[in-house]
Each structure stands twice: as C-alpha cells, then as structure tokens.
Design a protein around this ligand. Sequence first.
Ligand SMILES: NC(=O)c1ccc[n+]([C@@H]2O[C@H](COP(=O)([O-])OP(=O)(O)OC[C@H]3O[C@@H](n4cnc5c(N)ncnc54)[C@H](O)[C@@H]3O)[C@@H](O)[C@H]2O)c1
Ligand SMILES: N[C@H](C(=O)O)[C@H](O)COP(=O)(O)O
Length: 335
Amino acid sequence: MPGPAHRMPLVLSMGEPAGIGPEIIVKAWQALRRDGPRFAVVGHAETLKALGSPVRSVLSVGDAEPVFSDALPVIDQPLSAPLVPGRPDIANAGAVADWIAMAVDRVLGGEASGLVTAPIAKAPLYAAGFRFPGHTEFIAELTADVPHPGTRGPVMMLTARDLRACLVTIHSAIRDVPELVTAERVIRVSRVVHEAMRRDFGIARPRLAMAALNPHAGEGGALGLEEIEILRPVAAALRAEGIAITDPLPADTMFHDEARATYDAAICLYHDQALIPVKTLDFWGGVNATLGLPIVRTSPDHGVGFDIAGQGIARPDSLIAAIRLADTMAAARAV
Ligand SMILES: NC(=O)c1ccc[n+]([C@@H]2O[C@H](COP(=O)([O-])OP(=O)(O)OC[C@H]3O[C@@H](n4cnc5c(N)ncnc54)[C@H](O)[C@@H]3O)[C@@H](O)[C@H]2O)c1
Ligand SMILES: N[C@H](C(=O)O)[C@H](O)COP(=O)(O)O
C-alpha cells in the first residue's frame, strides 16, 4: 500500500554509525516497508547494505516513495573512518553532525514532511568540537531563522503510552537546576507545550500538570520555597492567559495510571523527573519529540547502545514508534 499521497516521506538521519542506529533502521524498514510511513535515510549506504538490507541510492527524499517497498532508500554520504561496532571514532563525528544538518535542510526545503533522528553519542561529538548538548538544541539552531507560528521552542518531550513529559531544563547538571527554573522559562515551555498539544496532537483544550521541584511540593515552604515564590504564581499567570495548568504537584504521585488520566502533558523541571517515568512506563515504545520548532522532529527514547551494537539484538520498537509519531504529527500540521 503506498504511503499517504498528500504528504512527503520522512527523512531519517543515520546517527552514530558505530551504535545500534544502522541495525534498528534496517529492522524498522523491514517492519514498515509494506504499509508503514515512508522515509529515506541520510547516511552511509554501505553500512546499511552490510546488514543484509536491499538499499537504493536516491537523490531526493521524494524518490523514497516508489522504491520503499523493495529497498531502503538512502541519500548516500561518505564516512571518514572505517566502522567498528561499539567503538565510535571521532573522525566520523563531522559526518554524523552533517547528516543531521542535511536532513533538516531536506525538511525545510519541502522534500520531507518531518525528521526522525537515530541516536548519536554525545561524547565523541563533544570531543570533535560539537557545541550543542544534543540534537534538540542543534536542530533549534539550524531552524532559528525560519518563521514559526507560535511560541518558539525547543522543548524536549518524551512520551510513552499516555504520558507526555515536557522538560523545562534539559541537559543540565542537577546542581544547576534550581537556578534555571525561572518564571520566564516555565512560562515559555508551558506555552510551547499548550500550542503543540493543539497543533501537533489535535487536543482542542489541553490540560497541563506542573511538577513541583521539591519533595511534597515544598511542604508549605518547609522543604523549599520554589513552589511558593515561582511555580504557583507562574501557574496562576498561565491560567489567567487561558492555559489550563495545575499548581505544582508532588512529582512522586503524578505519574501513576489514574493521575495520568487527569492531564494531557506534564511540565517537568529537570531531565530525570521526566525521563524516568517515561522510560519506566515503556522503554521499548518511548519516543523523544521536539516541540515548538518549524519542523517536526522525533527520535527513539534510547541511546546508541554501544554494549550491544553489531550483535543484531537491538530492538527497533522505539524507532518505529518515533517514525509513526513523526508521521502523525506531520499529518496534524498538514491539516
Ligand atoms: N536520541 C539520542 O540521540 C540519544 C538518546 C539517549 C542517549 N543518547 C546517547 O547514547 C549514549 C549512551 O547512553 P546510555 O548508555 O545512557 O543509554 P542507551 O539507551 O544507549 O543504553 C541503555 C541500555 O539500554 C540498552 N538499549 C538501548 N537501546 C536498546 C534497543 N533498541 N534494544 C535493546 N537494548 C537497548 C543498551 O544496550 C543499554 O544496556 C550517550 O552518549 C547518550 O548521550 C542519545
Ligand atoms: N535526553 C535524551 C534522552 O536521554 O533520551 C537524549 O539525550 C536525547 O537528546 P537529543 O534528542 O537532544 O539528542
């Protein structure tokens, strides 16, 4: 069955070539080739071919559509150093970053309806001079000059099952978090999430739940003042502008099944506050999405899995979920 005629295919960046990215891309293509969302990969064709997949070199993402059921479409790019699974080579870091930038260009140029990124290893990229904490900030920079209808992100959202957890701070050391949780940041992130729930997820009246910073939401000030001084006034200000958001909730009791049913997205204040519940709920099906950008971008919730790379045991479930979510978000934006 052909992909949706009204939308261009997605584009995938191949990510760290020495990680599990190439093998899960091939497995995802095998799972989706008959009736799943179409995509083309920006990366190293030979690496994907060596995994036993038929590969077709294409020049444009749009060319993926007619070949997709027979071969994995790849916009072929060179590698600088030979590949050893599980052992990243910083000589390849430039290529990894270039593939992401090229994939973003394809979306901005209208060739692709959205971007899915396979995992990158941060350390070799940092060692090679990459100056962004991760994809999220890099893609925000690459799209900074493109108009965006609404409050601009990036906001990192991790989602699994019925939980959407959105981050006020992303890759920050825990000791820096209290200072970074400013009223301005919480307001901006909440606005982005509110708009994205409507635009990308089709929720007409989004309900947001704000996580507290301190145990027991500060216990009336005895365990911290951030709830009283920053978070409650911010929640009130957001409600005054029409955003349905709770006062800060004790974070330990807001992620169980019944609690999740009361909101559409959680505003979380730091990385592990959001990512632990998501990856515990469904590590295999979890997806990372970037909100508040002019392009749709998703990624699996896991990393490069160097410990199992090249063994053929990596599961493609999260990448498949990321491809499906990017397709759904692109469809929502196309309406
Ligand atoms: N989207 C991304 O680019 C992304 C996301 C998370 C982590 N990372 C990066 O990945 C690197 C390694 O991070 P980490 O070790 O914390 O996390 P990881 O997700 O790579 O690995 C954690 C554990 O889960 C296993 N695992 C991960 N994905 C799997 C899969 N698809 N199938 C089976 N098992 C799987 C691994 O083998 C490992 O034991 C770091 O450099 C980190 O920055 C990148
Ligand atoms: N914080 C993410 C996680 O742990 O899953 C991951 O590092 C991805 O970040 P980028 O999407 O910004 O690369």
